[in-house]
Write a protein that binds this ligand. Structure first.
Ligand code: HEM
Ligand code: HEM
Length: 216
């Protein structure tokens, strides 16, 4: 059955490419690109969060955020060897997804207040003192390391499932999983792309137009 709509899938793999590019551009001091790609990720993530409220069943927070007790029971079952494909995120995976979203929001927000001590500063850096901006810049650096830790754990979990005979990666590519249960309701992804377009236009006029005009 279909468990992931195409917006979730495009969001997921774009996020992987964008995070790699954000790391590379910051390391190389390509700050105009760093800002531009970060704004793109910001538009995607904001859409994903709204999609978590109004989107397809498996995208919704109410579908994958369960009680901590359920998550613990689930992990205990895994320990005794019960690993299976869920219709969407499993109870423990739901918390990992929330953690990743939270860290991405923090990373994007601190970036807006960061400065590189040379030429570039986020569009909100001038609203705070230099010391506060520098503090938020160092948090921006540290959160990235925490994010890498979470991503590592996420990939290890996916590979653990693979070794146990459950392939989660193909469904994240095709949307289709071999699983029993009620089919989740899918929403029209044109709505998600409409929201994405509106948010992108807003970010463009608010912050991105200046930096993009340097690039092109
Ligand atoms: C930059 C690295 C990555 C980040 C930040 C990331 C983040 C995420 C997030 C936020 C979700 C939830 C999707 C949603 O509900 O919208 C997810 C799901 C998923 N990711 Fe990643 N991911 C990364 C890399 C990878 C890689 C390299 C793989 C493959 C090895 C992978 C495989 C998956 C799979 C299979 C799921 C669905 C899990 C499930 O069945 O519940 N991810 N990832
Ligand atoms: C999820 C999104 C983001 C990621 C993953 C990310 C990642 C990074 C990383 C890894 C660095 C440090 C590079 C180094 O070691 O020197 C960095 C620096 C920086 N980022 Fe981001 N960033 C993101 C979003 C943003 C945003 C939205 C802005 C502003 C619009 C921004 C502005 C900056 C600035 C000004 C620096 C330079 C800090 C310095 O040189 O010390 N970032 N970013």
């Amino acid at each position: 059955m279909k468990i992931w709509d195409s917006f979730i899938r495009v969001y997921h793999w774009s996020q992987v490419i964008l995070l790699g590019s954000l790391w590379y551009t910051a390391e190389e001091g390509l700050m105009e690109w760093h800002f531009t790609l970060a704004y793109l990720l910001m538009a995607l993530l904001s859409t994903r969060i709204l999609w978590g409220i109004i989107g397809s069943d498996t995208a919704r927070f109410t579908h994958f955020v369960t009680s901590p007790k359920k998550a613990i029971n689930y992990l205990t079952a895994i320990k005794s060897g019960k690993v299976s494909q869920a219709v969407g995120h499993n109870p423990a995976g739901g918390y990992m997804v929330l953690g990743l979203f939270f860290l991405l929001v923090l990373q994007l927000t601190t970036g807006l207040f960061s400065n590189d001590d040379i030429l570039s500063e986020g569009p909100l850096a001038s609203l705070v003192s230099y010391d506060t901006s520098s503090l938020l810049t160092s948090i921006h650096h540290q959160i990235f390391n925490v994010l890498l830790g979470f991503i590592g754990l996420h990939i290890i979990a996916v590979l653990f499932y693979r070794v146990k005979g459950v392939n989660l990666i193909t469904p994240m590519l095709t949307g289709i999983a071999n699983v029993v249960g009620n089919s989740p309701k899918m929403k029209n992804v044109a709505i998600a792309w409409g929201i994405f377009t509106i948010i992108s236009v807003l970010i463009y006029f608010l912050w991105a137009n200046e930096v993009i005009s340097y690039l092109f």
